[in-house]
Write a protein that binds this ligand. Structure first.
Ligand code: Z5A
Length: 220
């Protein structure tokens, strides 16, 4: 049975995940592949509805448990309907966030017990675990500045900040440390990349790593 590769981008707010997921998709397409670009929360029609619900600023302040259950309800649908079928058909899948985000936001920062997270991950993700996770690392000040800039842009456009966009420097630092701890614990899966470099330099580093680790020498 053919099997594609599953790559996730993780990191704090404004670390550049969306930009880099798109650029990696472009690089793979230039090699003749047809990667599926997706995101969390979201990625399937049902999961996108859950995204709207969980990020709605009008109903913010949920407990870490209710957030984790919602993110995992969305992830179950995303994995079953989108990610797993694509991998089975041989496509590469690039996801902008996945279960490491729940581990950092709801467990490390939110205080959800680790064994609850592990149980949900086992039930939902099963064997559909990322082959590679690229963690974009930026200092808390940079993450906060980029998040604030985005919030201002939304305010000018008359939109509210989402439920996760109103946090302080300490919050961004805890996010950063949470992702770095995962990278340290799982060095075979995770690669930390300096997200403060210009986007094209970050993309070159991402590509060099993906090419080295995942593409057979004859196709490079
Ligand atoms: N969440 C959770 O709690 N639990 C979970 O299980 C999951 C998610 C899956 C929504 O996620 C929220 O859900 C999120 C965690 C929570 N918290 N928040 N907010 P999201 O992925 O939709 O939101 P985000 O992480 O904030 O994404 P983002 O702001 O779009 O950031 P990004 O994807 O990392 O960055 P970007 O869109 O590529 O770039 C952001 C800005 O920085 C933009 O203006 C770019 O032009 C600029 N940028 C990007 N790269 C660079 C470089 N290299 N240099 C300079 N400027 C750059």
């Amino acid at each position: 049975m053919p099997s594609g590769r599953f790559i996730t981008f993780e990191g704090g707010e404004g670390s550049g995940k969306t930009t880099q997921a798109r650029l990696l998709g472009d690089a793979l397409r230039a090699r003749g592949l047809e990667p599926l670009l997706t995101r969390e929360p979201g990625g399937s029609p049902f999961a996108e509805q859950v995204r709207n619900l969980v990020l709605d600023p009008a109903t913010a302040q949920h407990s870490a448990l209710s957030e984790a259950l919602l993110f995992y309800a969305a992830r179950a649908d995303h994995v079953e309907k989108v990610i797993r079928p694509a991998l089975v058909s041989g496509r590469w899948v690039i996801s902008d966030r996945f279960s490491d985000s729940t581990r950092v936001y709801q467990v490390e920062v939110g205080g959800l017990p680790l064994d609850v997270f592990k149980a949900l991950e086992l039930i939902v993700v099963k064997l559909t675990y990322p082959d590679m996770t690229l963690i974009l690392d930026v200092p808390a000040e940079v993450g906060l500045t980029r998040a604030t800039t985005r919030r201002l842009a939304r305010a000018i456009a008359g939109e509210d900040a989402d439920a996760y966009e109103k946090r302080d420097l300490e919050f961004h630092e805890r996010l950063r440390q949470g992702f770095l701890a995962i990278a340290e614990a799982e060095p075979r899966r995770c690669k930390v990349i300096d997200g403060t470099q210009p986007p094209e330099k970050v993309a070159a580093e991402v590509w060099a790593y993906v090419e080295h680790r995942m593409l057979p020498p004859e196709t490079r």
